[in-house]
Design a protein around this ligand. Structure first.
Ligand SMILES: [Zn+2]
Length: 284
């Protein structure tokens, strides 16, 4: 395992409470911190009205219209040698200042600029209190593995008969999916993150030469549509490298190398569109 922030679990828990679009941006910011070994504690995200009143009374907050009340703000503190650095000057030092700049690049407003609220990052979205419905793709799980570690993980998962959607060192949707399938089938907590228990289980299965997945070549066919436009639209919505047949209004996905991954895609298509898609197997 490569470097993990000192308060990683607490950070993930707090990030989870943010409004959906703010959360997606905040996860990108946190991933940047992880990738650059910038240790932070995200100590507060959502806040109740009562807490906000208390903060105002103490002088810690200046408005009742806090972005924390609507899940559009987080507060973080730099961590150095495992200890929180609360002084304002800590925020102006490398690498924490770079983290603030990156947050701004992602569209956050930094309390650091106001001069009196350095921990604070808020996301305006479409205005105060507007971030209620998810309009972006789900936030990707935070990955703490290096590219090389991810490559090794992908090779191992492939050996177990799972489809990581390429062995490329990128911990994307395909790898997350493969990890979740493995976790489900072995009774582990299903979070898509290859933590200590999951990695130990993978090595154990490899030693036993077990197959967790069903390797092969599979595609998911959605079916036919009345018009080419409807077929295009359905293909776009699937997101799994979907294609429309050249001479027909049939939509199909790219190739999956395990039956289980194709089944995941099939279930998603069915939930999303209400169709009953078919999985087609090819001999190699
Ligand atoms: Zn704040």
């Amino acid at each position: 395992m490569s470097w993990v922030p000192a308060y990683h679990q607490r950070n993930l828990g707090n990030l989870d409470n943010l409004a959906p679009n703010t959360r997606a941006q905040a996860m990108k910011w946190y991933q940047y911190c992880v990738d650059n070994t910038i240790d932070v504690l995200i100590y507060e995200t959502i806040r109740t009205v009562a807490q906000q009143r208390e903060n105002m009374a103490k002088g810690a907050s200046k408005t009742m219209k806090s972005y924390h009340l609507v899940g559009q703000a987080l507060d973080f503190v730099p961590i150095a040698d495992g200890k929180a650095q609360w002084s304002k000057s800590a925020y102006s030092k490398f690498p924490f200042y770079a983290a603030i700049q990156y947050a701004e690049k992602l569209g956050f407003e930094a309390g650091y600029r106001w001069g009196w609220d350095a921990p604070h990052l808020q996301y305006n979205y479409k205005g105060y209190g507007t971030d209620k419905v998810r309009t972006v793709a789900a936030a990707a799980p935070i990955n703490v593995m290096s590219k090389e570690e991810t490559l090794t993980l992908q090779e191992k998962l492939t050996k177990l008969g799972l489809d990581t959607n390429g062995v490329d060192g990128i911990y994307g949707k395909g790898t997350t999916n493969a990890v979740m399938i493995l976790q489900r089938r072995t009774g582990l907590a299903i979070d898509g993150i290859a933590g200590k228990n999951t990695l130990a289980k993978i090595d154990e299965l490899l030693k036993q030469k077990s197959l967790i997945g069903t390797p092969g070549t599979f595609r998911v066919f959605i079916g036919t549509f009345g018009t080419p436009e409807a077929a295009e639209e359905a293909a776009k919505k699937v997101g799994f490298n979907a294609f429309k047949g050249e001479n027909e209004n049939r939509v199909y996905t790219g190739v999956f190398t395990s039956l289980e991954s194709a089944e995941e895609a099939r279930a998603l298509i069915e939930a999303e569109h209400g169709y009953n898609p078919k999985i087609k197997s090819y001999s190699a």
